[in-house]
Design a protein around this ligand. Structure first.
Ligand SMILES: *[C@@H]1O[C@H](CO)[C@@H](O)[C@H](O)[C@H]1NC(C)=O
Ligand SMILES: *[C@@H]1O[C@H](CO)[C@@H](O)[C@H](O)[C@H]1NC(C)=O
Length: 478
């Protein structure tokens, strides 16, 4: 027996870089970041169109996504690239205002429907499965004018949008992501204003969070009640999470790192994926206590009532995980005079280790994160829905290859050695694209895009060949 275990261990080690047979690979984009065609064929204005047109000063290189990679016109070429790479999945998102120009469900834009319908058909014709994000940040401007995600009514409008999407594409799309990256939307936008400049720190974030959880659950139940039986698909949510590594072994830092995970990632995970549902206890407790010291008559975290808790709990067939960074986390209790914010609620400080060779390449953090999620939430089905590396856009992108060697290995180790339920790896991104407030400065693509040329010519980088080989050979070279 011991011998057998030992032999199995050796065989695993020898084959540690083999990809298990059912493990899938994919690649991702989002509508605003690649499509362009911002006002083409009946598309309405969304929040990013508005921001980039009215506040170019807030965009690092003063650019916008009016044309971006021009995938609105070049999608056939994009599918050719996907075919060359040999991916199982193409993860893309549907632009809400391309399909419903005003955001409301009363007027459908047939050209918008046609665009995604053609794309889906072309993918399927080429043996690529569409893995579709319903909402990837590009809220229709008329809905933002009503308060965006801080307005609870937006959850109903999101459900209307989801219905249109299921009705028109659900016959062919079998994997749905309701919402991409709730933390970036709620904390990044309505709290800190890092993305869109709507800053209500410590208040807007939690209002947005509640609406967003209910919006997600509405889309899930709509699918479950009215579409699943006919369409046989799966529906989940994509959560963005860093890994919080304690800065020291000091008990306070260890507790701070766990607090960061619970109050950051658990904010979304606990209501949807835990047995009991609702926000994590520590999130409820700390926000209530700190709100009191700030003289708020109630907690800044709007509670979920019993019905809402039940409605949200279990509302996902899988977890989509976007992961980019590991931080060292230390205890940082702030005094009561400091301005209200989520950082104050958490009482933590995040930093990168100056000793790390490259802070963007810390694959051990990803393995720990997947294990933490598996332990905390009863080993849910996980798809990595984003993970990628940015540089200056060079074609000989050896650091990106180093990144993939580390991260794909970390994910496979989590799946094979640690027995976490990770089913696939979808990387960001096919090609360099519009990275929101940093414009075109950060390049994440396996393909270079010539943004000076009206053709938006795509050229493979060295990493494209690397990823293609991993998929084809089902083997990750050392
Ligand atoms: C679309 O926007 C461009 C500027 O990006 C403008 O020149 C063009 O006239 C607009 N087209 C329509 C149909 O509004
Ligand atoms: C754009 O593509 C067209 C057609 O393939 C070609 O004739 C033209 O030279 C290209 N222009 C640039 C700037 O690459």
């Amino acid at each position: 027996m011991i011998f057998i275990i030992f032999a199995a261990f050796i065989i695993y080690n020898v084959n540690s870089v083999r990809v298990p047979p059912n493990f899938k690979f994919g690649i991702a984009t989002s509508a605003y970041q690649v499509e362009g065609g911002w006002n083409a064929s009946g598309k309405g204005e969304n929040v990013w169109d508005r921001l980039m047109h009215t506040r170019p000063d807030l965009i690092f290189d003063h650019t916008n996504g009016d044309v971006a990679c021009d995938s609105y016109h070049k999608w056939r070429e994009d599918v050719e690239i996907l075919k060359t790479l040999g991916v199982d999945y193409y993860r893309f998102s549907i632009s809400w205002s391309r399909v419903l120009p005003t955001g409301f469900g009363n007027k459908i834009n047939p050209d918008g429907i046609r665009y995604y319908s053609d794309l889906i058909d072309e993918l399927l014709k080429n043996g690529i499965e569409p893995f579709v994000t319903i909402f990837h940040w590009d809220l229709p401007q008329p809905l933002q004018d009503l308060g965006g995600w801080t307005n609870p009514q937006i959850a109903l409008y999101f459900e209307d949008f989801a219905r249109v999407v299921f009705e028109h594409f659900g016959d062919r799309v079998k994997k749905w992501i309701t919402i991409n990256e709730p933390s970036s939307i709620c904390y990044g936008t309505y709290g800190r204003g890092l993305y869109l400049p709507f800053e209500y720190p410590g208040i807007g974030d939690y209002l947005c969070g509640k609406t967003l959880l209910l919006a997600h659950a509405r889309a899930y139940h709509l699918y479950d009640n009215e579409f699943r039986e006919k369409q046989h698909g799966k529906i989940g949510i994509t959560i963005d999470s860093t890994w919080a590594e304690p800065k020291t072994n000091n008990k306070k830092d260890v507790m701070a790192a766990e607090r960061e995970m619970q109050m950051g990632t658990g904010w979304w995970m606990h209501p949807i994926f835990s047995k009991e549902g609702d926000y994590p206890e520590i999130l409820k407790f700390r926000v209530a206590e700190i709100s009191k010291t700030e003289n708020f008559p109630e907690s800044r975290l709007p509670p979920l009532d019993q019905e809402e808790i039940k409605f949200i709990r279990g509302s996902a067939d899988f977890l989509g995980l976007n992961h980019y960074l590991t931080y060292l986390v230390s205890d940082n209790e702030l005094n009561t005079n400091v301005k209200t914010s989520l950082e104050k609620d958490r009482g933590t400080k995040n930093e990168v280790d100056p000793n790390w060779d490259n802070p963007l390449i810390t694959p051990w953090g990803m393995r720990k994160l997947i294990n933490w999620l598996a332990n905390e939430y009863d080993n849910p089905i996980i798809y990595i829905t984003e993970n990628g590396y940015w540089d200056d856009g060079r074609l000989d992108d050896q650091d990106r290859i180093k990144f993939y060697k580390g991260y794909i290995k970390a994910v496979l180790d989590a799946a094979v050695v640690d027995k976490c339920n990770v089913r696939g790896y979808i990387t960001w991104s096919i090609m360099d694209n519009m990275e929101w407030r940093v414009g075109y400065k950060f390049k994440y693509g396996l393909y270079h895009v010539d943004f000076q040329s009206p053709n938006r010519t795509r050229t493979p980088k060295v990493s494209a060949k690397f990823y293609q080989d991993v998929i084809k050979n089902r083997y990750l070279p050392e």
